[in-house]
Design a binder for this molecule. Sequence first.
Ligand SMILES: *[C@@H]1O[C@H](CO)[C@@H](O)[C@H](O)[C@H]1NC(C)=O
Ligand SMILES: *[C@@H]1O[C@H](CO)[C@@H](O)[C@H](O)[C@H]1NC(C)=O
Ligand SMILES: *[C@@H]1O[C@H](CO)[C@@H](O)[C@H](O)[C@H]1NC(C)=O
Length: 977
Amino acid sequence: MFTKLLPALALLTLALASPPTSNDGTFKTPSASTRVRFRYWLPDASVDPQVVASDIQAAGSLGAGGVEFLPFYNYGGEQGPMPEGADWARYGFGTPAYKEIFKRALRAHAESGLVMDFTLGPNQGQGVPAEWDDQGLQWDLVPFTSAVGANGLFDGVIPRWGTGELVSLTSALVLSEEKRQKTIRRNLLPVNVTWTEYVLSHDSLTDQTSKVSRSGRVRLVLPTKEASAGAVGYRLFAFYQKLSGNKSLHFHTDQSKTIFDNGSYVVDHHSARGAETIAALLRQVGDSAWEDSVELISNITWTPSLPKRFAQKHGYSMKPLLPLLAFSQTTFFTQSSTVGPFHCLLDSPARGTAYFNDYHSVLEDGYNDFIITVRNWLHKRLGVTYSNQPAYGFPQDMTAAITHVDVPEYESWAYGDAIDAYRQFIGMAHLAGKKIISNELGAQIFKAYSMPIRQLLGIVHRAIIGGTNQVILHGQPYSGDWYGTTWPGYTPFMYMYSDMYSPKQPAWENGYEEVMHYISRLQFVQRQGVPRTDVALYNSVSVTNMSFPRIYQGTNLEEDGWSYSVRNGVLAAEGPAFKALIIENTQNLTCEVIAKVHRYAKQGLPIILVGGAPRQWQSHNSCSDREYQRSLSQLTRHKNVHTVSSGQAAAKLARLGLRPRVKVEAPGIVHSTWREDRKSNAAYSFLLNSYNESVTGSAVFQHVGVPYTLDPWTGEKSLVLYYTSDARTTRIPINLQPGQTILVAFERKPDRNSDLSSCHVTSLSSEVFDVTRAGRSSLLLSVPGTTSSQITGTLSNGKRFKLHKGCPMSNPMPPIKLSNWTLTAEHWERPANMYNAPTIAQKRNTTHTLPTPTSWLNISGLENASGVGYHSTTFSWTPSPKTGLYIHLSQIIHTLRFYINGQQLEPLDHQNPVRDISPYLREGDNEVRAVVPTMMWNYLLSIKDEIRASGVIFPPLDEGLVGDVMLVPFERVVVRC
Ligand SMILES: *[C@@H]1O[C@H](CO)[C@@H](O)[C@H](O)[C@H]1NC(C)=O
Ligand SMILES: *[C@@H]1O[C@H](CO)[C@@H](O)[C@H](O)[C@H]1NC(C)=O
Ligand SMILES: *[C@@H]1O[C@H](CO)[C@@H](O)[C@H](O)[C@H]1NC(C)=O
């Protein structure tokens, strides 16, 4: 299986030279390669290339940097056969038709100055068109067992002879036998799986392979007197290797001639003809060749070279112990309910563990070879980088492969959108110096056409804390016609997974653009300099548990502000620059690892052993128990090694005098990142309030410089003028709503001459909204209009100030609630002919008057509607140089654009929708207009019977402008330095 992709590479001899030399652009305008990309779903190569090109162009004009081009084929046929009319032999991956589309997609990227990632095969990139017997395809190891009679005699053909090439025949004494059952959830439904469990006498395991004749016969006389009393008797275990014949693209081969029938070489010759054109295009816009999560199936994860590699690495034969591998040594991801026909345990369990560990480590080596081979080939032959979701679900430690991939990718879906889970991935990626960490982001079950942008942003924020700096949005569907598909068009995953970013979404031209820029700017900052993480958690597993249980027990690391990542490897001095290494007692270490940890301790790195001493990693080649205990006790005696009880690491770090790089002094959990750019002498921190309440306190940075806040919604950078600092730390007051983020930058010197300020505020009454610069030697405070008490503060030059109502502050100005709204609802509806899938929508208007903005679900006639709401109202105002207004929304569900007197406001932060609107105000009546698109779900639900292939089961959603819109007056007060 580890060489499965190689034939595909020949196919891609479309050839290019070097990846586009990328430049990040600027914070305000990140370059194409630094922007968000869409995963783009191509139904198959029969579609209109012009529509593909216009989809890509539309993505670019929305602010995407390009697409990850994915020939989807109903998820490789997993989601049903090809629809009537389709011909996947003619329009499969690698066919001339496919290459035309591929070329057009590349050209569309070039025309719009975008970059493109592409798969190495159809669907998720695992399969390739090839001859069925190509030795480079996936292999399987198929297990069988049968009982030997009570007399210990077997004379005949071994079980299932002919299944494939015999790898081994093992005889073993079964000490006990039991039927087992468990209930597993598959596609949300419970499934009972059953198997037989055998406990084998370890000493009885005997490799009998050499005794098997060419016709599969064997005569064995097994020593029955050795069979202990109460034993069940002998069994034979036979293992055959064969090509699995699995395809990542299923279709009926009886239709015309297929690529499998033709073999890939025919296709390869075709591609050579197009090479000249495509080479130039790929050089220009090809970014990463990419492979998705490996979702394979087999009986036992296998490749024919395993036995040899195993013997070379571990010094013993794996064959007699093969019965142990018949259970659960498959791709858990796709095979949770195929555990295996039988499960063998040994009467000496520890030795079984060693065998599994040894097997998994050889799988890891084989997988790494595969990755390295593909990567080198891509570098040399195509000049592109290799991106991949490594080793997902394989029975091995998936983090071991991260080092070898150019652009490692994970996904918000499999990682449950959990920061701790992400950290189990990025630790390795950061240590290996990976610059770009990609995230297939936003697939949520039952959220197609119904994922609000507010939810998407929550996923983005957690991903960024978890190391992401390339968001691949899941996803953009082909927008044209396709077989048997009604409006709203091609919808991969049968309406199950979010979301379908396409022009049919009312938000496409009404707010997605701001969101794309926002995410791109966030990831721009996450590419500057190198990431620094406070502490490393040691984690070494035999097999990655894809539910990513927490490694550190307790949440006090996060509560105390410690950023951490999880690693298994060598600590890099460059890169994350950890301040301490934490090892939980659930970890298993080898003598070599203890020696390494000991060296770190000697070099001064604090090592914290949590909950007691870790146990020994089991392997055939492990050091002796005595040796392990001796090196462990030497380690624990070192002065830099500290043993604490479970959950006490944060307290210990504090007692050691260590400080997190960013700590928020307030109750709750505020996650943060820290990056340092030596070249520009700048540092960046992104803070996320992960708490379900607002957090008011100070962010304390172990860093000094000129602090700025960066606004990813506008691309603007503003001086922070309210903070304190000493020789080592900077303390910035913060007030973050749940889910709210801030982005802080520190520069050595002011960015511009106009940023020079001779003073800043160091203490201030809490009501003040904002402090800005009025000139080089004065500051402007924005004081709420309702303030009646006095405002006090201190300046960095030591000067104190006190402002009283009327001196210079004027009379209180209460907030104004906007009311009497007129809502023109533009209904976006199905075309008369449902099979006219490319139609954006049939539109019609209705008008409504609302005292207060409310959900479309509460407005008569809009309960089942989707579309765009145009809300308007007026208020009267008398501007003066000393006063201003903030607009303050209750919430933003999806997207929203605000206009005051016809001028568009800068985008509002979804977690804190407040902006100063003073520059747009005029004397007398002022007009407010809000353009608020909905998601499509409520309307789709109402016509679900007319949509083909929908699996709609979930309820309608709140939509539109919801909640009070307040105007909060403030007064500007000048304070001189
Ligand atoms: C699974 O087995 C249990 C009893 O062991 C039974 O009650 C249940 O109905 C079974 N479920 C399915 C889905 O077959
Ligand atoms: C196991 O091997 C058998 C025989 O080749 C095959 O029919 C079956 O599909 C395989 N099972 C899995 C889960 O791949
Ligand atoms: C350590 O080894 C034991 C068995 O020897 C195993 O149960 C446990 O999961 C291992 N710990 C880790 C973190 O893999």
